[in-house]
Design a protein around this ligand. Structure first.
Ligand code: NAD
Ligand code: MG
Length: 386
């Protein structure tokens, strides 16, 4: 039996992780779950999966949740950052699934690493902001990071023969999002509703907007750089609208290996939970003849400037990727609340990066300070403009 904790069990990755647990009930047991504020769903999850601990962000919600549970329920209810940390460090748990969205996932992921847990990493923000600091920490604490992001899971699987030294380049595929092929003129007027319509994947709002701006691919370029210890020039982003090839690796002998599958996040989640084992499941088989055609295009980094900014941030190094990530988190929030336009996201990210002088990351505090600096900088930019 493998014991796992799920940070962010109420989200898209969190609920699909619980689906994987349902599928493999005899092999997986959830001992801790956390959510932000969806206590209705947490209640259902507690009753079905009987975790030992459940944490929510506010004390008030924690009290309400306690009242909603049956009298004989044995689950401890916790709250706030402390509760999140308890779930990350939960002693019985062997694997922490980091399914929280945003930089809030950084501290609990670091806490789980320091307790030598395996990390099933969905929260890409941890690697985007912490980069080699996080990878070094994982090495130091003998904590294995297994990617859940479908592209990185694909690359990880292509490298299972341990041929890291023979990598020529990585082929990072992107669906292109809902605005593939559109120009800046078109993007001027797109709405939140338009941007939330992802063609292939059903995901949380933040990552869905990032898929529309191609920032998600940018964050994945940064994630890949640190996970696989490669240079940014070795990463080729390919727009592949069918989302069947999840990514690939070209080796120095010009042989290329890619991983294929239907777009179903339960597959990379299961892979991360059972690695290095592969086990049977009841999911749908890929039929290439049904799909018929697989097509590829170059991404337009002028129109979708967020992707270019990610490469720029990697070149600048240090805190720059953390600043880009933080700026983008603020901008996506502003866009979702209809305070800025779709194109403002890239424009503000660019302005913030231009104002930042990158410093080396030697602690989590450096990352959190960069985040704080970014929030203040955007605050003053917005004040000037409004
Ligand atoms: P989501 O918005 O659906 O879920 C986020 C989860 O985090 C929820 O459980 C929510 O309660 C919790 N959460 C959010 N803000 C919080 C806060 N301030 N404090 C505590 N908990 C908080 O997001 P998602 O789509 O499941 O994505 C989760 C992570 O996985 C992201 O980092 C995303 O980039 C990554 N990811 C997602 C997918 C996908 O298919 N959804 C694919 C690859 C990677
Ligand atoms: Mg992905």
């Amino acid at each position: 039996m493998k014991y796992i904790s799920i940070l962010g069990s109420t989200g898209s990755i969190g609920t699909q992780t619980l689906d994987v647990v349902r599928e493999h009930a005899g092999n997986l047991k959830v001992c801790a779950i956390t959510g932000n504020n969806n206590i209705e769903l947490l209640k259902e999850q507690i009753i079905e999966f009987e975790p030992e601990l459940c944490s929510v962000m506010s004390e008030e919600k924690a009290l309400t949740l306690k009242k909603m549970l049956p009298k004989d329920c044995k689950t401890d209810i916790s709250f706030g950052m402390d509760g999140l940390m308890q779930a990350a460090e939960f002693e019985k748990s062997e694997i922490a699934v980091t399914a929280i969205s945003g930089m809030i996932g950084l501290k609990p992921t670091v806490a789980a690493i320091k307790k030598h847990k395996k990390i099933a990493l969905a929260n890409k923000e941890t690697l985007v902001t912490g980069g080699s600091y996080i990878m070094d920490l994982a090495k130091k604490y003998n904590s294995q990071i297994i990617p859940v992001d479908s592209e990185h899971s694909a690359i990880f699987q292509c490298l299972m023969a341990n041929e890291y030294r023979s990598v020529n380049k990585i082929l990072l595929t992107a669906s292109g999002g809902p605005f593939r092929g559109k120009d800046t003129e078109y993007l001027k007027n797109v709405t939140v509703e338009d941007a939330l319509k992802h063609p292939n994947w059903s995901m949380g709002k933040k990552i869905t907007i990032d898929s529309a701006t191609l920032m998600n691919k940018g964050l994945e370029v940064i994630e890949a750089k640190f996970l696989f210890d490669i240079e940014p020039e070795q990463i080729e982003v390919l727009v592949h609208p069918q989302s069947i090839i999840h990514s690939g690796v070209e080796f120095i002998d010009h042989s290329t290996i890619a991983q294929l599958g239907l777009p179903d996040m339960r597959v990379p989640i299961q892979f991360a939970l059972f690695y290095p084992e592969r086990i049977h499941n009841s999911y749908k088989s890929l039929s290439l003849t049904d799909i018929g055609n697989l097509t590829f295009e170059k991404p337009d980094m002028e129109v979708f400037k967020c992707l270019r900014l990610a490469f720029d941030a990697l070149k600048a190094g240090g805190t720059m990727p953390a600043v880009l990530n933080a700026s983008n988190e603020v901008c996506v929030d502003l866009f979702l609340n209809k305070k800025i336009s779709f194109l403002d996201i890239g424009n503000i990210n660019e302005q913030v990066m231009l104002k930042h002088s990158s410093v080396k990351i030697d602690s989590i505090e450096t990352i959190l300070e960069a985040e704080e600096w970014t929030r203040q900088t955007i605050g003053s930019l917005m004040n000037i403009e409004h």
